[in-house]
Every structure is written in structure tokens, then in C-alpha cells.
Design a protein around this ligand. Structure first.
Ligand code: PLP
Length: 459
């Protein structure tokens, strides 16, 4: 690993500090600390520039489902590069990789969907969904029905509109966000937000009642849609309470509010069903996905829309002319070919079956950490989970300042050869879906060592 603070003249680390503006990084700390340089990957592991191996407990950023070095994806990209390395689908043009992928996704959708729009990232997919929703309501002659509901601690991206949907303070502070017409409702986190003694079901009932009260206060005719991750990821891996979506969906239906399932993390087997919507009982009108769509090998995302949404957009386009939205790389043929091959591999290797087979080991080890002296809650489903570190288990009091304990365990995990992600004081795990049971045990052995090492520092 590159020595922190290394300034060796022309080293990669010093050139990094000289030239790279890092996303989601403390820029001030980075100027002295410098980067950790990852050189290669193999299976569920990555290796730094000193040759040290790490289990990638986050599958990079919740995306490398098939692990590193999947030769079939290399071949799919190479073949498509040779045949048609780049092309667009604007103005009635098309190509087979894009067509095949759209057809495949519609076939896999958790509820009947009509069309697929392609973009390059989760943020772009969600940004597109917002624009489609506004376009749809203009088509229906409802110019006032434009507000979008999101939730505290939601993560939907970083564009101006999707960072506004994101319900995390750092995504708004000093970026002059959120924009108008975005409303953040309650976070469905039972451990933090339920009343003393309130069951999951009673909490879900209360959340649905509070959602209805919010809609009535804002005016139902002004609210167009609600975005929801089936399980919140970057907000700290929040699994909603039992019956949550069963209770909030009728409220949305009652006021003709569309539901957008943000499947950017949960899609493609992560939760033990093909879609998080299936695990959580969501029936979305629009579904966005990215990341594991291509096993993170190339940037590609998709927005699936119901026929009702699509038809209204066609009506609007009939009025206006061209549907004025699209990215240069929408349905990029090489990214589409890699995504198609990824979906084929998921089917051939029964990736959902594999997740179901190994998830009990993952969840048992995760939930056992609830007994650790630093852990207030261990939560998760399928192959995603988090432990929340607390200063006092009895009162659930957080560490002060929030984030210090998370950063410490993050660093200690790395020392122990495990990459995790600290979100505040929640430590997330979201390994490649191909992880074996033995690798799951190795992951938790390393995390437990890190937690144990943190005890004397924090207590
Ligand atoms: N939606 C969810 C649920 C995500 O977790 C993310 C990224 O982590 C996004 C959207 C944004 O995706 P991207 O970083 O590809 O723009």
C-alpha cells in the first residue's frame, strides 16, 4: 500500500495528489494523506500497489456482482468493440445490443413494464425518471402535480435534481440544494425512529399515516411521485419495517402518486430475489437500475416505465415533436453487450439461487455481531448488511462526533485486509454476489478483528 503522505517525486500517489479531484473524499485530508492505489482484482479480492490483498466487502461501490476478472465480460466487450465500438440511438437509429438488452430487461421486470430508457449511471437514470414524471404530468394536463417525495437518508444520486432527492446533509450543504419541489419524508429505520416498544408493523402503520398527512399538507394535486430504494443503501443499509411498502403503496395509489423503485443497489439478486421490489413487495410504475446491470464493468443504467407513463410521453411528444432527452452514450453498444452477457451469466449460474444459498451464513455472522460491545444494531437482507456502532448499547447513544468510530473501524478493517464502507457510524457490507461461504466467514473474521481492535480506542 502506498505510504500515507508519500510525496516521492513522480510516484502515482504524488501525481494523484497533484492532479485528481476525488469524489466523496475529504479533500483537505487527502492533500496530506494521499490515495490508496488499487492495482488489480481477482474474484472477490483486490490488490493494492504493495501487493496486499483485500476482500472487497463492498463489491467496489455495491456493483461488481461477478467479482473481478470475469473473462466472459472481457470477451463480450472485445467482440462488440470490434463490431460496433460506439453508436447512438438518437433520431430513430438503433443497434442490436441496445434492442436485445431492452427486451431482456422488460422480460425480467418485476411488474409489467413497457419501455426501457438507457443512461450511464444511477444518477442519470433517476434524473431521467424525474424528467419523465414531469413530462407525464404535463401530458395529462396536470401542470401543478410536480413535487417529488423522497425520504430522509435516501440516496438517489448526485446530479442537481437527484442530489436533491438524496436525503443526506453532505449532499446538500453548500451545494445550494435541494431544489424546489422535492420533499423528504420519514426514514423507515425502526432502530432509530420507532417509538419505545413500537412493533415493526405498528411503526409501518404510523409511517403510512405520516406519509398521508404529509401529502394532505402539501396538497395531493401537487405531488407527482415518490422515489424509494427497496432497502436504503448509502443512507446506512436501512431495511424497512415489515409491512412498510404494503402500507404506503395504497396511500400513493389513493392520491394518484407514482412509485419509482430505485433498484440501483438492490437490483439483480442482491436481496435474495432478482429485484429488491420483489423482496419488499413493491409494485413500481417506474424502475431504475444500474451498477450490477453490468457487474460494474462498464457504466450503464436503465429506466423502465409502465405503459401508462410511456403512452402519456408519446402523447406529449406528438404535441411537441421530438422527445428532447437523451445521452450521447444512451445504450452504448459495448456497455449494452457487457450488460447482456452479465444477465446471461446471472441466469446460467443461477445467481439468485446462489445468493439464497449463502445469505444465511452472511446474515447469521452479521446478526451475531449485534452482541459485540460496539454494535447497537446489525441489519440486512440477502447479501447486504450493516452494523451500527454506538457509544451506549442500552440508550443507543451515538459516538460523538458521529463518524469517528466508523472511520476508525473502516481503517482497521483495511489493515486487516477487508474493504468496507463507513456511512457515519454504520459499517456496510455488500460483497460480490459470487462470494463463497468460506469467503463470507473470512470477511466476518476480518471485520470482527477490526471491531475488537477498535474497542480499547473507543472505550
Ligand atoms: N441510487 C442508488 C440507490 C445508489 O446507491 C446510487 C449510488 O450509489 C445511485 C442511485 C447513484 O448512482 P451513480 O453513482 O451511478 O450515479
Amino acid at each position: 500500500m502506498t505510504a500515507p503522505g508519500s510525496t516521492a517525486g513522480n510516484s502515482a500517489a504524488s501525481r494523484d495528489k497533484a492532479f485528481v479531484l476525488h469524489p466523496y473524499t475529504n479533500l483537505d485530508v487527502h492533500e496530506t494523506q494521499g490515495p490508496m492505489i488499487i492495482e488489480r482484482g481477482e474474484g472477490v479480492r483486490v490488490f493494492d500497489d504493495g501487493g496486499k490483498d483485500y476482500i472487497e466487502g463492498m463489491a467496489s461501490l455495491w456493483c461488481v456482482s461477478l467479482g473481478w476478472g470475469e473473462e466472459r465480460l472481457v470477451q463480450a466487450a472485445t467482440k462488440q468493440m470490434r463490431q460496433l465500438s460506439s453508436y447512438h440511438i438518437f433520431g430513430h437509429k438503433s443497434h442490436e445490443p441496445g434492442i436485445d438488452l431492452a427486451e431482456r430487461l422488460i422480460g425480467l421486470a418485476p411488474v409489467p413494464m413497457s419501455k426501457v430508457f438507457f443512461a450511464n449511471s444511477g444518477s442519470e437514470a433517476n434524473d431521467t425518471a424525474i424528467k419523465l414524471i414531469w413530462y407525464y404530468n404535463n401530458a395529462l394536463g396536470r401542470p401543478e402535480k410536480k413535487k417529488i417525495l423522497s425520504r430522509q437518508r435516501a440516496y438517489h444520486g448526485v446530479t442537481v435534481a437527484t442530489a436533491s432527492l438524496t436525503g443526506l446533509p453532505n449532499n446538500h450543504r453548500d451545494f445550494d440544494l435541494p431544489i424546489a419541489r422535492i420533499i423528504h419524508g420519514d426514514c423507515p429505520h425502526h432502530y432509530r425512529n420507532a417509538l419505545e416498544g413500537e412493533s415493526e408493523e405498528a411503526f409501518a402503520t404510523r409511517l403510512a399515516e405520516q406519509l398521508e398527512a404529509l401529502i394532505l399538507a402539501e396538497g395531493p394535486d401537487t405531488i407527482a411521485a415518490m422515489f424509494a430504494e427497496p432497502i436504503m443503501g448509502a443512507g446506512g443499509v436501512v431495511v424497512p419495517p415489515a409491512t412498510y411498502f404494503a402500507k404506503i403503496q395504497p396511500v400513493l395509489k389513493k392520491y394518484d402518486i407514482l412509485l419509482v423503485a430505485d433498484e440501483v443497489i438492490c437490483g439483480f439478486g442482491r436481496t435474495g430475489s432478482f429485484w429488491g421490489s420483489q423482496t419488499m413487495g413493491m409494485q413500481p410504475d417506474i424502475l431504475t437500475c444500474a451498477k450490477q446491470l453490468s457487474s460494474g464493468y462498464l457504466p450503464i443504467s436503465a429506466v423502465m416505465v409502465s405503459d401508462a407513463v410511456y403512452r402519456a410521453c408519446v402523447d406529449e411528444s406528438r404535441k411537441i415533436g421530438t422527445f428532447g432527452h437523451g445521452y450521447t452514450y444512451s445504450a452504448h453498444p459495448v456497455a449494452a453487450a457487457v450488460a447482456l452477457e452479465t444477465l446471461k451469466i446471472y441466469e446460467e449460474r443461477d445467481i439468485v439461487g446462489h445468493v439464497r444459498a449463502v445469505a444465511p451464513a452472511f446474515q447469521n455472522r452479521l446478526k451475531a455481531l449485534a452482541e459485540h460491545p460496539l454494535v447497537g444494531e446489525a441489519r440486512g437482507t440477502g447479501l447486504i448488511g450493516a452494523v451500527e456502532l454506538v457509544a451506549d448499547k442500552a440508550t443507543k447513544a451515538p459516538f460523538d462526533p458521529v463518524g469517528r468510530a466508523g472511520a476508525l473501524v473502516n481503517g482497521l478493517s483495511q489493515e486487516n485486509g477487508l474493504i468496507v464502507r463507513a456511512m457515519g457510524d454504520s459499517i456496510a457490507l455488500c460483497p460480490p454476489l459470487v462470494i463463497s461461504e468460506a469467503e463470507i466467514h473470512e470477511t466476518f473474521d476480518r471485520l470482527t478483528k477490526a471491531l475488537d481492535a477498535a474497542v480499547p480506542v473507543l472505550r
